[in-house]
Write a protein that binds this ligand. Sequence first.
Ligand code: A2P
Length: 336
Amino acid sequence: RQYKVAVVGATGAVGEVMLAVLEERGFPIGELVALASERSVGTKVAFGNRQLQVQDLASFDPAGVEIALFSAGGAISREYAPRFAAAGAVVIDNSSAFRQDADVPLVVSEVNPEAAKHRPRGIIANPNCSTMQLLVALAPIHRKAGIERINVATYQSVSGTGRKALEELGRQTAGLLNFQTVDPEVYPVQIAFNVIPHGGDFTDNGYTTEEMKLVDETRKILGDDTIRVNATVVRVPVFYGHSEAVNIETRDKLTAAEARQLLQSAPGVEVVDEPVDGGYPTPVTHASGHDPVYVGRIRDDLSHERGLNLWVVSDNIRKGAALNAVQIAELVAGEG
Ligand code: A2P
């Protein structure tokens, strides 16, 4: 059985990789439609060695589309995802628009795949990139020893902000190396050669939306409202790949050696953990362009009996967005 598939936001940083991952994994596609804004009509996007004409989302008729992958921002999802679902498509939405709705499942394919089956609105939400990689690494530990508290600081790449942010980091870096002054446009302050403790928008409690996603999405995906999550989100001048310094407190004691062994056989995880030069994952040496969630620097917390430290790195556009969306599509297709 082959499916009619639409990618909404096909010209974007995530959309481009959605197309690449659909092709790489041989998703059973009968017909593929690439959709973006009116601005992109007339341009083409790559699908394997084929070129697809980009079509205008606003004037596209969704009748007949069976699976739609959305990554064009929350406003576009809010407007168009229900229309695609009403026309019969299963929508897999990468925006934050529906993630906290009780009747929309929020799915990490390695963690709670069964949740994808119950989708009364025809919409399945794809989690935030930072939550995604965090939970691929932590779910096996949670199942084994019960995580009571997560303390995480992120080191997030600019690709998570979209294509314009990738261009801004390149432009500022080149400009500064040529002794030019640079003006921030996408980020509120200079990102090149800097770190910015700000992701998304500020909320009333002083945290940012990106920080609150780590709190709320973790609880929803693990199905446990008692897990305490403390998050600080930081943007760093890296193109692809988010890193996270993670400290957890478990209910039952789990040693670093036990955690390492557990993670070595965990789905979607690759342990890179040798206490030698380069014996740890980084965005450039491991994650960028690759599928796994890499975990290293696994250590017993010297300050807490049931504490553990981990360093978690993954390609935010792949596992953090496009790959997980395609894995959800595979779950849907696998239902028969
Ligand atoms: P377009 O290239 O035509 O603007 P990114 O996250 O990398 O910035 O990508 C955002 C994606 O969302 C792009 O594919 C972009 O298409 C798409 N998009 C943005 N606004 C709209 C819109 N009004 N209608 C359809 N697609 C949109």
